[in-house]
Design a protein around this ligand. Sequence first.
Ligand SMILES: *Cc1c(COP(=O)(O)O)cnc(C)c1O
Length: 384
Amino acid sequence: MEFSTRAIHVGQHPEPVTGATIPPLFLSTTFTQSAPGEHKGFEYSRSRNPTRDALEACLASLEEGEACAAFSSGLAASAAVLQSLHPGDGVVGGHDLYGGSYRLLEQVFRPWGLQVAYAAGTSPEAYAKALESLARPRLVWVETPTNPLLDIVDIQRVAAIAHALGCLVVVDNTFATPYLQQPLKLGADLVVHSTTKYLSGHSDVVGGAVVAREAKHLEKVRFLQNATGAVPGAMDCYLVQRGLKTLGIRMEKHCANAQSIAAELLTWKPIREVIYPGMGGHRGHAIARRQMRAFGGMLTVRLDGGELAAKRFCSRLRLIACAESLGGVESLCSHPATMTHASIPPDVRESHGITGDLIRLSVGIEDIADIQADLAQALRVSQQ
Ligand SMILES: *Cc1c(COP(=O)(O)O)cnc(C)c1O
């Protein structure tokens, strides 16, 4: 079956008692046993829940992996992957990781005993060099496209380097979604998601997931899901599942809107730079063409007038909300230097290119003329 058919049908069998086409929401925390130890596979909802089962089956199918474990947030999913290593093991992180993933590595897992190194750039050679600096390399953590600079990492080449050293490769596929990019088919071993973003798609649920190419690579994560207990509630699983059904069609529109706004913004004078992987001039464009179906709904620009103009721009938007997060049907705008990336020391931030004039847009699926009109009026005000 093709992608959107699986998104709509996998795990969604009619309910046997009433025939309800949409499976019910199983809120029950416990399941009645006919005799001690005799049950239908469900005992207690932290261990296993039918609504969560349905979501996990669907996500595994969309990423074309053998198994999935759902979590209460993207960071809970990431933490379970890192906790499945042993103190003393080495992890290589990408150079422009999501701030929360960076904090997890630096402030939780480095003190816990993991050795952590970062690739100094997006090239496979940068990953190789970081791997060489570790005594016991075990895991490579890739994000592509990155946030907020939308750099592209060649998953296939990084996976080949990591596998030669016996390391597993994890790709945070939150920005691309399995509709645009399937890391497990490119050689990654695990995919992590913040389902909070495009997968649920309506900015009304926080969730996460880990999908494994081979079920054996999920065993420890599955154990930790139950043993440490960061499981999503049934209602949250239901909402993510409902979002998945329209993922394909939403991503088509996110990509089309972002692509035409990128082209339009290029012609607007106060915009100094437009960063979008779908444009020929983007430094990762050739790799993105190979490993992605289209180029996503995220778009970053640099504005004339520095931080002052950028902040004025964000404050003057009317339709587009100035807010953190991304991937919802509504367009959002953020100022990374003072919002998502404010916790990174200013010198580190600037050396990464996250300067005060930078604005990140999560382009929604509203009608393009309305998005453009809002951007145009805010841009005019920002330059006054
Ligand atoms: C939001 C996000 C996360 C963290 O997910 P939460 O659901 O907020 O815990 C991880 N990676 C990326 C790329 C994200 O955008």
